[in-house]
Design a protein around this ligand. Sequence first.
Ligand code: MG
Length: 384
Amino acid sequence: MHDFSRRGFLKTSAAIAALGAMPSIATSCLRPTGTPHPAAKGGKLQMRFYHRENELAHTFTISGFSRDVTQIILVEISYEGVTGYGEAALPPYMAGQTVETATAFLNKVDLSRFDDPFMTDDILEYVDAIEPGMSCAKCGVDIALHDLIGKLCGLPLWRMWGYNPDKTPCTSFTIGMDSREMIIQKTLEAEPYKILKVKLGSTEENDKMIISTIREVSGKPIVIDANQGWKDKYYALDMIHWLAERGVKMIEQPMPKNVYDDMAWITEQSPLPTYGDESCQRLADVAKLHGVFDGINIKLIKCTGLREARKMIETARGLGMNVMIGCTTETSCATSAAAQIAPKVDFADIDGNLLISNDCFDGMKIVDGKITLNDRPGIGVIKL
Ligand code: MG
């Protein structure tokens, strides 16, 4: 059960302030500047990390890449005997971010200089400033730190942030590019899920074959990710109209990531809402995409983690834009972290853990297609 005693309330209020959901009013009422947080007991933060491979249930092909495993680095941050877990997935499309470069980066992170885990702004600004890029490794640290402070408070992050767990959307289930036979098999395997996410962006013949094949066996709503695969705006708009007539609900990244003018033209004409994924990496990109796309696709490995993801959601909403949250082929560690902010998004594609065969965490579950948050503290995972 949750600790709703006065001490628990004080701990929670200060923790929420430290997380940025509430300005520092609560914190300043509790303690003079510079004194440790009540739950900070004077120890030092300790971080360790190790490499692992996520094995994929099916060879996964999107426009431009095909793979059977995803390299990951698992991060653990400990404080006074409590450990938070984080994951840095390193899919091949995150250019320059490999096991070697992420390891080199994480070796530069010295968290022993911090003695208060609730100083998340200070800690994560320090990590971000070590060097540019390296968003996946930074994400691993961010998730582990958030999991740690949730555990120290005894509360799930969604509760600390005031998010309603009933408002999580259904997740889509991803179907990569494949042969007609495999498309049928994967569509049938997707039976428990309410929305299909389909990867397009090859030839017109192949893209239409995939959609027509799915429609032979399923009438479910479809969302499309073209992964920058279409190069001509007139062709892209024609395809979007063709897709809209076949029960497609939205289109993600139809054009190359830096093609802003043509993309804005498509968004203006499109019968379906458009979402930018490759075009939208971090917080600074959100305002640039206003008027270019109807919405943004946030992924924790792109934006360095939960701290920045929450700022991106608020910024997008302020601009009147839609928000979706995506993932890569990750364990339940990273998908459970992403699920904490799922109550705040329009679409969710958090099926990464379902696409791997060696998940080493138990976490959030998909129940009747819907992202279902648990009451465990932090990101809500147990290491298996
Ligand atoms: Mg995408």
